[in-house]
Write a protein that binds this ligand. Structure first.
Ligand SMILES: Nc1ncnc2c1ncn2[C@@H]1O[C@H](COP(=O)(O)OP(=O)(O)OP(=O)(O)O)[C@@H](O)[C@H]1O
Length: 636
């Protein structure tokens, strides 16, 4: 509609309407006059009776041009429909086919795209033979490769969005993911490009008819009329001009309307949030444990220009039933990648490995999509991108139960309404019928949590769930997570860059720096017993009531290293006021107390000093190192 408000859009829309009207009504109104042979008026020039003259049988060329609109537009649209459909199927196929077959399809498309469209059209026209059917198929197959490429590109651009990740966490199958979540969200650019393709198809079809390999007598389209008119262009140009003007005007109308629609869509796109990079996982795991989530030596690596980079470098922790664990660290420390890896959402070319990666005591890789979809809930940072914008909120929630619990559409929808009520969405039944954009940010985030509650989640992973929300709504969302944990005994892994949020809500905190855990400790010891210089620096950077308002806020000098910049030694050393010679080597995470682990050489030194002073203490320290974490439940 926005396109119609521009002069180009409005003018091309009027032209298209006229063309469609002509295609529908011209043969009914003037079909007889266009076919009437008049041997007394053969090959005449323009006159008041015959505006564009007559042909070799005395038929009125003006009426023939009008009547030919139906065949020309009809076949152009048919060719576009076949071409676009074939292209979309080919473009979407790699997303649903096994990897090898998908690659094969992509290669075929890549080769086909390299050939000029008109060349392909002529090639297919020869294969299918002269005639309307051949011309339509030739043009359709010439259009298809560029649409396949477009579909592939658009699919890739939305496949990293949070709502796709959310649907994948819920175990939605590839085909359904494609038809319900990907295609509706790329429909707009596809339709716009299809409109422009119709213009090109019309011109190409006219070209084939003009060359004599398109529409055959006694049928006629603008291309054939142009060919006939051209034979006597030096005697009277009007017969050729009529068809030529019709082809140009119609081709332009389609193309300009497509351009105007694209420009209008482009304006809207600028306001849309950007997508995340695509992710998937290939995970090694094994062993068994009674924790809800057991992670040992988790590593996530990506190929880079100068070799592999490893943003997550050997992370180990355990999450137990009903526990709320906070993960803090500056941007880029690997918090989100850790969460994505345990949700099986790191995509190729990313590689995830771990000595143990278990969910509910079973290897994560062996956990079925259905089980993972109903027992692991993921809440993302940006509530705007977490939902598919083209589908009603209730339907998106219901999808989980349709897929996993085999509930009917109606029953699944009722369950969705029930879960929306559980997260205190007012007028839940009405809200369930609304689209995500009709929800406020906080409501969307609660609806996202409700989606996790469609199953019976044993673990809720919330990745910066409150960052995009104002303080009051933040508190509501955090309270809701705490309530779910209390009422349903679900474990919660809360990722945040804000250590105070974690301090207010969690039982334990994992502090991450440069892809590793540098400290883990119970929350009640956070402000009193934090030992790692990075944790103490994070705490010092939090203003409190005693903070001098005149003095500048404390900041940690320097910046964390990028994954590709991490060198040997403690990665925090360049920013650490206590760094010394020993820090040229990277310290291990060692247990210093019950549930308290620290990766800092100072701790090693303290343990050794303590051990020298008290032989029994030395024994304890060594025992702790050997057995890993105690109550904290993790080792490395
Ligand atoms: N697909 C990817 N390919 C290459 N590098 C990646 C990819 N995804 C993330 N990274 C890198 O991994 C590092 C850790 O990213 P991650 O998103 O886990 O950080 P984070 O601690 O969650 O930070 P933030 O709080 O900003 O989200 C970053 O430096 C990031 O650039």
């Amino acid at each position: 509609m926005r396109a119609l408000r521009t002069p180009v859009g409005a003018a091309s829309a009027v032209l298209l309407t006229v063309l469609v009207a002509l295609a529908l009504f011209a043969p009914l109104l003037w079909g007889d006059r266009a076919a009437a042979i008049d041997t007394d008026a053969l090959q005449q020039g323009p006159s008041a009776d015959h505006l564009l003259g007559t042909d070799s049988l005395g038929r009125d060329i003006f009426y023939r041009v009008l009547v030919a609109t139906r065949l020309t537009i009809g076949f152009a649209l048919l060719a576009t429909l076949i071409g676009v459909t074939t292209g979309i199927v080919l473009g979407a196929a790699p997303a649903v086919l096994p990897r090898l077959a998908g690659r094969l399809v992509t290669s075929v498309v890549n080769i086909a795209v390299a050939f000029p469209g008109l060349l392909l059209a002529l090639f297919f026209a020869v294969i299918f033979g002269a005639g309307t059917k051949g011309a339509v198929l030739a043009i359709a197959f010439a259009i298809a490769p560029s649409f396949a490429r477009l579909t592939q590109t658009l699919t890739a651009s939305v496949s990293g969005r949070d709502y796709i990740a959310a649907a994948r966490v819920c175990g939605v199958g590839r085909f359904r993911l494609l038809t319900r979540h990907v295609l509706p969200n790329i429909a707009e650019p596809l339709v716009i490009n299809a409109t422009m393709a119709a213009g090109s198809a019309l011109i190409a079809l006219a070209g084939l008819s003009f060359l004599g390999i398109g529409v055959q007598a006694p049928s006629y389209d603008w291309g054939r009329l142009l060919g006939e008119g051209l034979n006597r262009i030096y005697v009277t140009p009007a017969p050729a001009l009529g068809a030529a003007v019709a082809v140009v005007v119609a081709g332009l109308a389609f193309n300009l309307f497509g351009e105007a629609a694209a420009a209008a869509a482009g304006d809207r796109q600028q306001a849309r949030p950007r997508s995340l990079p695509p992710r998937e996982s290939t995970v090694d795991s094994g062993g068994g444990d009674d924790g809800v989530l057991t992670v040992r030596n988790l590593r996530v690596a990506f190929p880079g220009a100068a070799g592999w980079v490893t943003p997550v470098r050997g992370v180990s922790f355990t999450v137990r039933q009903g526990e709320m664990i906070g993960v803090v660290g500056e941007s880029g420390s690997g918090k989100s990648l850790t969460a994505l890896a345990v949700s099986r959402l790191v995509e190729r070319p990313g590689v995830v490995t771990a000595d143990r990666l278990e969910f509910g005591g079973k290897p994560l890789l062996g956990t079925s999509d259905r089980e993972l979809g109903t027992s692991l809930a993921m809440v993302f940072q940006d509530p705007m991108t977490s939902f598919n914008p083209t589908s009603r909120v209730g339907r998106q929630l219901a999808e989980v139960s349709e897929v996993h619990h085999g509930l009917s559409r109606k029953a699944a929808f009722e369950r969705a309404v029930d879960r929306l009520k559980a997260v205190r969405i007012p007028s839940a039944a009405k809200r369930a019928r609304q689209y995500p954009h009709e929800f406020s940010g906080g409501m969307r985030q609660r609806a996202m949590i409700a989606m996790g509650l469609m199953g019976e989640p044993r673990l809720v992973i919330a990745d910066e769930p409150t960052t995009a929300l104002d303080v009051t709504v933040q508190r509501e969302v955090l309270r809701l997570l705490a309530r779910i944990r209390a009422e349903r005994s679900a474990a919660v892994l809360l990722i945040s860059h804000d250590i105070t949020v974690v301090a207010q809500t969690c039982d334990r905190v994992l502090v991450m720096y440069a892809g590793r855990i540098v400290e883990e400790l119970p929350i009640d010891e956070l402000f009193t017993s934090a030992r790692h210089p990075y944790t103490t620096a994070l705490l010092a950077a939090v203003p409190d009531l005693d903070t001098d308002r005149e003095a500048p806020l404390a900041v940690i000098p320097g910046r964390p290293p990028e994954p590709g910049e991490i060198e040997a030694g403690c990665p925090f050393a360049p920013r650490c006021p206590l760094a010394h010679e020993r820090c040229r080597q990277e310290p291990e995470l060692i247990a210093v107390d019950d549930g308290h682990r620290v990766a800092c050489w100072r701790m090693e030194a303290e343990l050794v000093d303590a051990a020298v002073g008290a032989p029994e203490a030395r024994q304890t320290g060594e025992t702790q190192r050997a057995s890993g974490p105690s109550d904290g439940g993790s080792d490395e």
